[in-house]
Design a protein around this ligand. Structure first.
Ligand code: FAD
Length: 354
């Protein structure tokens, strides 16, 4: 039993849904940074490649950190250049998404980076099969055309989803994510349930930096609920993605994931241009933040160590159509706890059932 539930269960990597992929992971020059088991193999494969075709893929599903599938391509490209084998390697970045990055301003900038580095992008092209022994990857383009490519190096970003236990629970929306209000992070049906991060339905990129802005909202709204008040603090869609480009350069893409507008913090720096300052910021400051400030609730996303003025939505006087108010919920819970009242659990509270 619980009074309040906060769900932050992350994503599940589904290597098994692409035929042939699971069987060849970690072998035949196929690996992925999206798995603890296979990420060391990515580095070994980069080191082992001296010539041929290198393919980096990105699926049509939501993934952790939309930029990571191409970051690894930039890092590999830099390494091959450093080793003097770059001219012998043909690099392709093949994504099932309509563009290589969600926010248009950074997408244009990243397309330029790819062009400058000689990485060929293909969009709307989904990996559908891998034959590891023959080193062949099969793709389906929008419209159904099937394209077969031989590879000497394959980095796969697997299709992902919310974990099965979330997907199959009453908390999930139609596509399996915990169905929460995009501002308050409160469940749309069960007011005593909140979700944040990758397993939530919050319609923005699934990044740690977005979560750093979602977490204070959830904390504040849970506190409101405990005080029998309405959850009114709102998450505005702030999202960031530090795109490593190799050569100690980084593009710090900060944007509103709800409106897709770029919202750079570091004026007057042009954040569509990579630089070494952001690289060192990511490498040392963000690492410290990750281990020491974020887990202690001392990091507020774009406001860094300073808690911002909380943004609130106007308090509504109406009861949410789909769920009880906090006091109604408490009353229902009391009824469930006291079976002598004759109220059946199934009919009394959807919140308890969740
Ligand atoms: C390769 C890679 C690079 C990335 N780079 C960046 C970056 O540069 N910047 C950035 O902002 N973000 C980045 N991200 C994204 C970031 O890591 C995620 O967005 C973030 O970790 C999601 O946090 P979460 O709490 O939602 O889920 P997770 O961090 O996945 O945590 C979920 C937790 O729930 C646990 N769990 C799952 N199921 C159960 C269960 N049944 N019972 C109990 N516990 C359970 C899991 O074990 C896990 O500990 C990257 C991600 C990857 C994979």
């Amino acid at each position: 039993e619980y009074d309040i539930l906060v769900v932050a269960a992350g994503l599940q990597q589904n290597f098994n849904v692409v035929p042939g992929l699971k069987e060849t992971m970690g072998k035949n020059s196929v690996a992925s940074i999206y798995s603890l088991d296979y990420s060391p193999v990515v580095w070994q494969n980069i080191q082992a490649l001296n010539s041929g075709k290198a393919i980096f893929t990105n699926p049509c599903t939501a993934v952790n950190c939309g930029g990571a599938p191409q970051k690894i391509a930039y890092l590999a490209e830099a390494e091959w250049r450093k080793r003097g084998v770059r001219d012998s390697i043909d690099i392709e970045f093949i994504t099932a998404t309509p563009g290589i990055f969600a926010c248009p301003e950074y997408r244009v900038a990243l397309e330029k980076q790819m062009a400058a580095k000689g990485i060929s992008p293909s969009v709307k092209t989904n990996l559908i099969e891998v034959d590891g022994d023959k080193k062949i990857a099969v793709f389906e383009k929008e419209g159904g055309e099937i394209v077969t490519k031989e590879f000497d190096f394959l980095h796969v970003t697997p299709p992902m989803s919310s974990p099965d236990f979330v997907k199959n629970s009453p908390l999930a929306n139609a596509v399996g994510f915990v169905d929460v209000d995009k501002e308050t992070c409160q469940h749309n049906k069960y007011p005593n349930v909140f979700a944040l991060g990758d397993c939530s339905s919050l319609p923005t990129s699934k990044t740690y930096s977005a979560i750093s802005s979602q977490a204070p909202v959830v904390v504040s709204n849970v506190q409101s609920l405990m005080e029998e008040k309405e959850a009114t603090r709102i998450y505005d869609g702030y999202t960031a993605c530090p795109v490593l480009l190799g050569d100690s350069q980084l593009m710090l893409a900060e944007f509103n994931g709800y409106t897709m507008e770029a919202i750079p913090t570091f004026w007057p720096l042009d954040q569509t241009k990579p630089n070494a300052f952001f690289y060192w910021l990511k490498r040392f400051v963000f690492e410290h933040v990750y281990w020491h400030a974020m887990p202690n609730g001392r990091w507020y996303g774009k406001y860094m160590f300073f808690e911002p003025w909380a943004q609130h939505k106007a308090e509504s006087t109406e009861t949410k159509a789909t769920g009880p108010t906090p006091s109604e919920h408490a009353a229902l819970k009391a009824q469930v706890a006291a079976p002598s009242t004759g109220t059946s659990q199934a009919s009394s509270s959807s919140s308890s059932d969740s």
